[in-house]
Design a protein around this ligand. Structure first.
Ligand SMILES: Nc1nc2c(ncn2[C@@H]2O[C@H](COP(=O)(O)OP(=O)(O)OP(=O)(O)O)[C@@H](O)[C@H]2O)c(=O)[nH]1
Length: 612
């Protein structure tokens, strides 16, 4: 059985809580917190970028680097961010004065967040606040420089803050499907961060049956360089305790609870309506034994909030040492204090009359990740090297000869069509995509692959297929149809198309898109055909068709289905009389002058000419 302490803990009023959003990411996180609804806490936005600042929902805003960056951002330079916040130090001190707890939300990697967050933390600590930092680490695809800047700042924050909760955007990105865009990934990360902030605030400001205080929180997040383990779940009705726990463990930050096995301190907080029972609490603690090691120090809190109705919420917070963080803090930053400025036990504030706190009905965290998606997301970890390796430069790759085979480049270009990082494809694929695009441009540029035109299909109209029983008799290899264009009577095939072919006009390249008039079979029936004429055996016709097909497959035309005009002509539909081919002019339409060459009427098919 897990043992947990039940000593009374300190709580603080919401009015002494300030949530500060620093930089662009910080502003977005604030927005999320405001959207999700959080009563009591004040929101403060700090930014160098005046446009983002003025659009922010926070009730209080302070511009950083008014003289230095003049309203622009710090362009990814942490030194500028560092200088910019010093310009506004007095204003910030005034704003944070008297606050018991400050939550600082920021994205590390850029200039403002990375440069200003450590200074801001120091100022807040010096003003007597307990500072919890929620910081995101950049996506792998953002590059090595951002990652290094983020790690430097993270190490400074680890020393300066009371509690540091880091969220790796890469991991947050797993909350969205690969096909979703980067905006969805950011917004999923922001939702998770907002949920954590609210859970922590709820934990420390809400008076409860068993209170959790700042000291508990600090102890749960004590490891200075840590990765936060966080899960939150809510369920209603029958069996709500088990279902809420299942939702907690489904949090991607807990890896189905497996990460908890390494935890040394775990903070668990329960909140329910007035019907919350001791049995439910016991049940939950028993279930948790499977995931929390026995040696772990479990901090437990429970609160009753009538506004929760029949809902039960569980919040679980812990931290794992982050071994990968190795860089040390900058010399310019001195550690504010070894011990937290706030001694929670000394600064106990009697619980205020309970304010109506919006119940956190945040949806249970849905893991939208499927195994293949995880693979895709992790892929670009090695990407920064890609650009630097000369061997991978498109210029040095053997370029295919596009002039001879222009169409072969086309399939290569298909998968790389959208190149923006902000398109619908998984962001993780962006780098390789950009690179591949460069290659394709190089290859295709000299001669763009021509689109297959409908005209190119003309030679394969059915007429040549008629040729020729003779060809088979004489034994030479079948002549490609395209080589005998003169023998194709151009208008005839169009007019011989039966009515039902019209529907296939767009699918079948053998149909005749330019002949839309209704067909009059009597009018168009080829009167030059001799009824004694023998038609090729199906087998013979097949040989020609397959050859044609393979030829066109090479040319990457759409898959062609050879029409069957011969069958239609050879056999009249049931109930329709046989048409006589006798008596009319042969091989041409009435009124047209014959197309005679070298004594031969070319409008008459060769096998008929030979008969004569
Ligand atoms: N979770 C989350 N992360 C974000 C968001 N926007 C940016 N980031 C991350 O935060 C890092 C810093 O970006 P910003 O906050 O825009 O940069 P900044 O600190 O304002 O710095 P400058 O723009 O250089 O002045 C980025 O590298 C991203 O990894 C967001 O909306 N949500």
């Amino acid at each position: 059985m897990i043992s947990y302490s039940r000593e009374p803990q300190t709580t603080i009023p919401t009015s002494s809580v300030k949530i500060v959003g620093l930089g662009g990411a910080g502003a977005n996180m604030l927005e999320r917190v405001a959207l999700d609804g959080l009563e009591g806490a004040e929101l403060l936005a700090l930014n160098t970028d005046i446009r983002t600042l003025s659009a922010c929902v926070a009730g209080e805003k302070i511009q950083l680097g008014r003289n230095l960056t003049k309203g622009l951002g710090s362009g990814g330079d942490p030194d500028l961010g560092h200088q910019a916040i010093l310009e506004a130090e007095d204003e910030i001190r005034a704003s944070l004065k008297g606050r018991r707890i400050v939550f600082l939300c920021t994205g590390l990697g850029g200039g403002t967040g990375s440069g200003a967050a450590p200074i801001l933390t120091r100022i807040a600590r010096e003003e007597g606040a307990f500072v919890v930092v929620f910081a995101t680490m950049p996506f792998a695809f953002e590059g090595r420089r951002r990652r290094e800047q983020a790690e430097t700042a993270l190490n400074e924050l680890a020393v300066l803050s009371n509690a540091l909760v880091t969220f790796d955007n890469n991991r947050m990105g797993e909350l969205v499907l690969a096909k979703q865009g980067i905006h969805e990934a950011f917004s999923a990360a922001d939702r998770m961060i907002s949920e954590s902030i609210k859970a922590v605030i709820r934990l420390v400001v809400r008076p409860g049956l068993i209170n959790v205080g700042l000291d508990d929180l600090m102890s749960a997040l004590r490891t200075t360089r840590s990765r936060c383990l966080f899960g939150s779940g809510i369920a209603q009705g029958k069996d709500r305790a088990s279902r809420a726990l299942r939702n907690v463990l489904a949090s991607p930050l807990l890896d189905q609870g497996s990460l908890l096995k390494e935890a040394r301190t775990v903070l668990i907080h329960l909140c329910g309506g007035e019907d919350l029972t001791l049995y439910e609490i016991e049940l939950l603690m028993q279930r948790l034994q499977k995931f929390v090691p026995e040696r772990a120090h479990v901090l437990f809190g429970a609160a009753v909030d009538p506004t929760m109705g029949d809902s039960l919420s569980i919040t679980l917070i812990s931290a794992l040492p982050e071994d990968s963080l190795v860089a040390g803090p900058r010399d310019s930053l001195t550690r504010a204090s070894e011990e937290p400025v706030l001694e929670p036990s000394d600064s106990y504030v009697a619980p205020t009359p309970q304010k109506k706190i919006t119940p956190v009905l945040a949806e249970p965290v849905v893991v939208a990740v499927q195994p293949p998606v995880r693979e895709v997301v992790k892929e670009p970890v090695s990407e920064p090297e890609f650009r630097e390796e000369p061997a991978l430069k498109p210029v040095e790759r053997p370029v295919e000869k596009p002039v001879e085979k222009p169409r072969q480049a086309a399939p290569v270009s298909k998968p790389v069509a959208p190149a923006s990082l902000f398109d619908d494809r998984p962001f993780a694929e962006s780098i390789p995509v950009v690179q591949r695009k460069a290659e394709v441009v190089e290859t295709v540029k000299p001669k763009p692959a021509p689109e297959p035109e409908p005209v190119a299909v003309e030679p394969v109209r059915p007429e040549p297929v008629l040729a020729e029983p003779e060809v088979e008799e004489e034994g030479p290899a079948p002549t490609p149809v395209a080589e005998e264009p003169a023998l194709v009577p151009p208008p005839l095939p169009a007019k011989r198309v039966p009515d039902d072919f019209e529907d296939d006009e767009h699918d079948n390249p053998f149909t005749f898109a330019h002949h839309h008039e209704p067909l009059d079979l009597e009018e168009v029936e080829p009167d030059w055909l001799d009824d004694e004429a023998t038609f090729p055996e199906p087998a013979a016709a097949k040989v020609d068709e397959s050859e044609l097909e393979s030829e066109f497959e090479e040319e990457e035309f759409p898959k062609l289905t050879p029409p069957e005009p011969l069958k239609l002509r050879a056999k009249a539909p049931a109930g329709q009389g046989e048409l006589s081919f006798e008596g009319g002019p042969r091989g041409r339409f009435e009124g047209e002058s014959p197309n005679v060459f070298d004594g031969e009427d070319l409008d008459i098919p060769p096998f008929l000419r030979k008969k004569r």
